[in-house]
Ligand binder design. Structure first.
Ligand SMILES: C[S@@+](CC[C@H](N)C(=O)[O-])C[C@H]1O[C@@H](n2cnc3c(N)ncnc32)[C@H](O)[C@@H]1O
Length: 209
């Protein structure tokens, strides 16, 4: 089991109990996400956590595969999905590299509060691109922590060295957007929800080759 998987497994129950800190930003993110979804869409959510967002968006699309590296997160999400309105959501313990995912099989990939946690962001973005259908959309929101104080980096580095924290990238908005465009996407909408520290909302369309 990877450090990241262990970390998120340990955190799952507490994560499920903790309320959304900034409801206004969350609502804005959902509103802008819904504006890009269509009833017929097949959606993959990466890093779905305990599944609340997938369940919220389920009525706007045909199907959601909501995936997460943590089995404990997925277990909690499945318990929530007993709701009869959640029939089109499938929760799966998986990363985007899961071999059961076929290329060009999702119209939309979602990733909220997730990309800064990846050790190899370009490889993940390349894989997302491969999983999307022609003109498919990648909708993400990512904490860009580059402007945060040095003590955060030191603290996280120390915690990581004793396996108490996962990998975290301190990205600028420009770096994040460069990663996205470098892996075959055209950015069609951005926003910051909230603005400080910036949580960058990006809607990116798969570029035709
Ligand atoms: C900060 S939480 C965000 C959860 C949810 N998207 C949200 O916005 O509340 C990050 C989630 O990503 C998952 N995760 C971390 N690394 C992952 C990876 N490589 N592949 C899939 N999931 C991962 C964690 O288990 C955790 O549930």
């Amino acid at each position: 089991m990877s450090t990241s998987e262990k970390f998120w497994d340990r955190l799952a129950k507490r994560y499920a109990r903790s309320p959304i800190k900034d409801m206004q930003s969350y609502n804005r993110t959902m509103e802008r996400t819904k504006a890009h979804l269509a009833k017929g869409d097949r959606v993959l959510e990466a890093g779905c956590g305990t599944g609340s967002t997938a369940l919220l968006l389920a009525g706007n699309v045909a199907h959601i595969t909501a995936s997460d590296i943590s089995g404990n997160m997925i277990e909690i999400a499945r318990a929530k999905a007993k709701d009869p309105h959640a029939g089109n959501v499938n929760f799966l313990k998986a990363t985007v590299f899961d071999e059961t995912f076929d290329g060009r099989s999702f119209d939309v990939v979602l990733a909220f509060n997730f990309l800064h946690l990846l050790e190899d962001l370009p490889a993940a973005l390349r894989r997302v691109n491969e999983l999307l259908t022609r003109d498919g959309l990648f909708i993400s929101k990512t904490l860009c922590m580059a402007g945060q104080g040095w003590y955060w980096r030191v603290l996280l580095a120390i915690m990581r060295s004793v396996r108490l924290a996962p990998h975290v990238s301190f990205l600028t908005i420009d770096e994040l957007e460069e990663f996205v465009t470098n892996e075959g996407f055209e950015i069609i909408e951005t926003g910051d929800y909230p603005a400080s520290p910036p949580s960058r909302f990006i809607v990116a369309r798969k570029r035709r080759r």
